[in-house]
Design a protein around this ligand. Structure first.
Ligand code: MG
Ligand code: ZN
Length: 360
């Protein structure tokens, strides 16, 4: 049964009016690793938990909260507006990347960190020009402008880029070869699969961009250890790049895609892959002691429900839609400053809390 919210409710201003309170005594992290599970609502986490033998690395986080995800234009956000809210603290129109509703640039936490001399990194299991990673580096009116988004990687001095989307660097409508331009800027540009197979550690002296696919790294082709491997090499590399700390965003991009396809097993696999990456990040953070790890989602996808399966101990995964939903998503935090992420908050507050905690 579908219940429609009367249109009148949509007139309720969607901008944020909540006041944030940061404890003055809160410990401050030196580094922040933000992990975004695209489309990862509570049901996706629940499915991953039960299909993984009732265990997830997510279960070991000491602080959890709930996050509202509506955009400025819609109660149901897309990943561009959702990413922009988390990355820049700015509620915008669905489809917009790193800009407000008047198409004015919003500055992202990654750009603020970069401006303070911190090291920065982007990892995604989609193309790096896709809406979520793009929200941290690019400013374009439409998420479909992939060629334009790729150019921002040349303007922002991101120290580490891992993901798909080589096509937008090398096969461009403006005939620029951004792959060569990255090389000229001093980047080590390579093939992620090759680096992974040969277990090449990145050279801390040089920034790097490792591409894992011409376009989107499909789950079968990329293998289960794509994200966990990236999660293992990225934090120590970034730590060695700057004395001032680092900011990194890692996205489990394809939980969303599996749920758009109403593909239950695919969603579970992507969820567990993402959780394995979370485990690697937690290993680093536990040893490091100065790193705050935040895990959240931009929205839920599919209206996933865990229903009774054929037996008392089996589940059936049911989807209510092929699109996104307005369900709240969880946030998890571990490390110095984690206590700021308990309770009920808006997605823009993830940005303001990170900004506050890093003193940006
Ligand atoms: Mg995404
Ligand atoms: Zn989606």
């Amino acid at each position: 049964m579908k219940i429609f919210i009367p249109a009148l409710l949509l007139l309720v201003p969607l901008s944020v009016t909540r006041t944030e309170v940061h404890p003055a005594t809160s410990p401050r992290p030196k580094n922040i690793i933000l992990l975004i599970g695209d489309g990862m609502g509570l049901s996706q986490i629940s499915a991953g938990y039960y299909y993984n033998g009732q265990q997830l690395n997510l279960a070991s986080f000491p602080v959890t909260g709930l996050v509202t995800t509506h955009s400025h234009s819609h109660l149901i956000t897309d990943s561009a507006a959702g990413g922009t809210a988390i990355a820049c603290g700015c509620k915008t129109t669905n489809g917009t990347v790193g800009m407000d509703t008047r198409k004015k640039d919003c500055t992202s936490v990654l750009e603020l960190a970069e401006g303070r001399g911190m090291a920065t990194g982007i990892v995604a299991s989609s193309s790096v020009t896709h809406a979520t990673p793009a929200s941290f580096v690019a400013h374009v009116p439409s998420r479909s402008e992939m060629d334009a988004i790729a150019k921002f990687y040349l303007d922002t001095d991101v120290d580490l880029v891992i993901g798909g989307g080589m096509k937008y660097f090398r096969e461009r409508s403006d005939n620029r070869n951004l792959y060569d331009e990255l090389l000229k800027k001093g980047y080590i540009v390579s093939n992620f699969q090759e680096a992974r197979l040969r277990d090449i550690s990145p050279d801390p002296q040089k920034p790097f961009a490792w591409f894992g696919a011409r376009e989107e790294p499909e789950s079968v082709a990329r293998g289960r250890d794509w994200l966990p491997y990236a999660a293992t090499i990225a934090p120590p590399f970034l730590k060695s790049r700057s004395d001032r700390g680092f900011f990194m965003m890692l996205e489990g991009s394809q939980i969303d895609w599996a749920c758009h396809n109403n593909d239950g097993p695919g969603a579970v696999q992507e969820m567990i892959d993402f959780d394995m990456a979370i485990g690697k990040i937690l290993e680093f953070a536990r040893t490091d002691g100065e790193t705050l790890v935040i895990v959240t989602a931009d929205h839920e996808t599919g209206g996933l429900a865990l229903e009774q399966g054929t037996g008392p101990d089996t589940l059936s995964l049911g989807f209510n839609t092929g699109g996104h939903t307005a369900s709240l998503v969880p946030v998890f935090a571990f490390g110095p400053g984690a206590e700021n992420f308990g309770g009920f908050m808006d997605n823009t507050e993830i940005f303001s809390k990170m900004k506050f905690l890093l003193g940006l």
